[in-house]
Design a protein around this ligand. Structure first.
Ligand code: AMP
Ligand code: TRP
Length: 350
């Protein structure tokens, strides 16, 4: 796994490099459309998507992982809305169809086709070890479906299909990436060199913790602990004011002993490009209430443009959908060429 080089991965100035050099290294990532994005999704993944796109170093592919999202209970009409909403989130955050291929996973049959082929070389034991599968099996006891189990194989297909070297994700996805590498190796050994082994790319905040329970990661399954990207300033203020900290009075960065406070300092640091310790030093002598008040102001201001853009985009949803439909056509071309190669390798005529 490699870490995001923060200098090259930030700032708009790098955009100019896009035109001067061919972007050969492919980067792929996706997010499930299953509700509003929270600041963990943003600082662990989406912010990095935008920074990496702007760096001009990669041929970027970002998609909506809708096939993955139906492994959890869902409502038909809601799903359609969630796909459009996540599409708007991508665009409002700064993903740009002129610089990245933006698409919807279910529009491209090759993802599911490759998944099937990969599933035949996937050991059951590897899937049984997956932390996410184990966690979700407890959380949705009444719906432990086979898709939940084979979820990482589809994720491997999403990545290998486009020859990605780099996959920016939060740290909860690293185990799935390890499996992806294993499957690439196994396939290549059995059928000949076909796939590239990808590497994960983490941000400095690969695991944002819940505001309610700083020992658990921030997660949509516990909305009380989430700061959503489109929360209004009042909600942001109220949630941060209620964030769990500790009974000490001084401000210091100590993730082990004071995880709640450390989480707030990390969020502050990520949005200001500072180190958490430097943020703690800045607040030396101030109260928790003051830190929380300033953090709430920072978050509300940081996402003001995002909120406005998202609102505008969602006022014309068909335009948003059209952007992703066009991207899906582009992605289909690359995906079909690769799946044809894979089929030839396994002995099917394609
Ligand atoms: P999901 O919504 O589960 O599809 O997650 C989308 C992306 O956000 C993935 O790359 C996750 O690893 C990342 N992510 C989810 N929760 C967090 C969190 N609490 N902290 C950092 N990254 C996260
Ligand atoms: N499993 C990822 C998540 O829950 C989403 C995802 C699906 C993904 N396919 C992917 C991420 C391929 C990166 C690359 O966040």
């Amino acid at each position: 796994m490699i870490h995001s080089p923060s200098s090259s991965a930030s700032g708009r100035s790098a955009t100019s490099r896009t035109t001067s050099r061919a972007k050969t290294s492919v980067l792929v990532s996706g997010i499930q459309p299953s509700g509003r994005l929270h600041i963990g999704n943003y600082l662990g993944a989406l912010k990095n998507f935008v920074d990496l796109q702007r760096s001009g170093e990669y041929q970027c592919h970002f998609f909506i992982a809708d096939l993955h999202s139906i492994t959890e209970p869902f409502d038909l009409r809601e799903k359609h809305r969630q796909i459009t909403e996540l599409s708007a989130d991508y665009l409002a955050a700064g993903l740009d169809p002129k610089q990245s291929v933006l698409y919807v996973q279910s529009h491209i049959p090759a993802h599911s086709e490759l998944m099937w082929i990969l599933s035949t070389i996937t050991p059951m034991g590897e899937l049984q070890r997956m932390t996410q599968f184990k966690d979700k099996s407890v959380r949705q006891e009444e719906n432990i479906n086979a898709g939940l189990f084979t979820y990482p194989v589809l994720m491997a297909a999403d990545i290998l299909l486009y020859g990605a070297r780099t996959v920016p994700v939060g740290d909860d996805q690293l185990q799935h990436l390890e499996l992806t590498r294993t499957l690439a190796r196994k396939f290549n050994a059995k059928f000949g060199e076909t796939f590239i082994e990808p590497k994960g790319l983490l941000t400095k905040t690969p695991r944002v913790m819940s505001l309610k329970d700083p020992l658990k990661k921030m997660s949509k399954s516990q909305p009380e602990g989430c700061l959503f990207l489109d929360d209004e300033p009042e909600a942001i203020k109220a949630k941060i004011a209620r964030a769990v900290t500790d009974s000490e009075t001084t401000i210091a960065y100590d993730p082990e002993k004071r995880p709640g406070l450390a989480n707030l300092l990390e969020i502050y640091a990520a949005l200001t490009h500072l180190e958490p310790r430097a943020v703690a030093a800045e607040f030396d002598g101030e109260s928790y209430a003051e830190l929380k008040r300033k953090l709430a102001g920072l978050v509300a201001g940081y996402f003001a443009e995002f909120r406005a853009k998202k609102r505008t985009l969602l006022s014309a949803p068909s335009k948003v959908t059209a952007i992703f439909d066009k991207g899906s056509k582009k992605a289909t071309k690359a995906a079909e060429a690769k799946i044809a190669e894979v089929k030839r390798r396994v002995g099917f005529s394609a």
